[in-house]
Design a protein around this ligand. Structure first.
Ligand SMILES: C[S@@+](CC[C@H](N)C(=O)[O-])C[C@H]1O[C@@H](n2cnc3c(N)ncnc32)[C@H](O)[C@@H]1O
Length: 221
């Protein structure tokens, strides 16, 4: 694993994940190894300051925290997820890179029961579109409450435009998560974040394969 975030590429991350999750069932291991070609972790990492404490909201198998720990970015990382099954893989990966003392993973029952913090960085990567639309504003408010004053909230989710990309994302969710989701609409997150005292610092659209990603980085006032 390269020590500098500049040297992270989908290819290096894919190889890192393939080695790291070697005791996961083969189909899961292949999906995790393929994910950096779809999800731009390489871009997200650069928004985490050196020595940060990080909450990864909806961490799944803990891939984002594993990368941050492996490149020495973290003081401490906490992952939480409503689905407890992937957290076992996350803990095994943390132990394998010698970061079990720097990474904790907690099952939660809903967004309101996530660890309180506050944290220097709160990340929410491809989670909001899995949350029912009526609860999304509350989820962003919960993330904002857990971001320390002067800290950063990193939000990344699938774009809902153009239509063909929205269709590709929705098909992916149907196949892999067995969920018919409503993608997050343009402008929604910015409005909810502003109501929660988060100031927008960075906006980026990242197309990858058939997927399109909306990245927003906010700072807590
Ligand atoms: C597409 S996965 C992304 C996982 C991880 N963030 C990543 O980038 O690999 C979506 C995750 O969001 C989790 N999730 C769904 N609803 C949630 C909620 N209300 N609170 C926390 N996590 C949630 C799911 O269990 C799943 O692990």
């Amino acid at each position: 694993m390269p020590s500098s975030s500049d040297a992270l590429t989908p290819k290096t991350l894919s190889g890192f994940f393939f080695d790291l999750y070697d005791d996961a069932p083969r189909p899961l291991r292949m999906l995790i190894a393929a994910r950096p070609y779809v999800c731009p972790y390489d871009k997200l990492v650069s928004f985490v300051p050196q020595g940060a404490t990080v909450l990864d909201f909806g961490c799944g198998t803990g891939t984002f925290l594993a990368v941050l720990a492996a490149i020495g970015r973290l003081r401490h990382g906490t992952g939480c997820d409503v689905s407890p099954a992937p957290l076992a893989a996350a803990r095994a990966a943390a132990a394998r890179i010698g970061a079990a003392d720097r990474l904790d993973f907690a099952p939660i029952k809903d967004v309101g029961s996530a660890p309180e913090g506050p944290f220097d960085v709160v990340a929410m990567v491809d989670v909001l579109h899995h949350i029912p639309p009526a609860d999304r504003a509350q989820a962003i408010a919960a993330a904002a409450r857990r971001t320390a004053p002067g800290g950063v909230f990193i939000y990344k989710d699938m774009t809902d435009r153009p239509l063909w990309r929205r269709f590709a994302h929705s098909l992916d969710d149907l196949v892999f998560s067995h969920e018919l989701v409503r993608q997050v609409r343009q402008g929604e997150v910015e409005a909810w974040a502003a109501q929660s005292g988060l100031h927008l610092e960075h906006t980026e659209y990242i197309p990858r394969l058939v997927y399109g990603h909306q990245l927003r980085v906010f700072r807590k006032q």
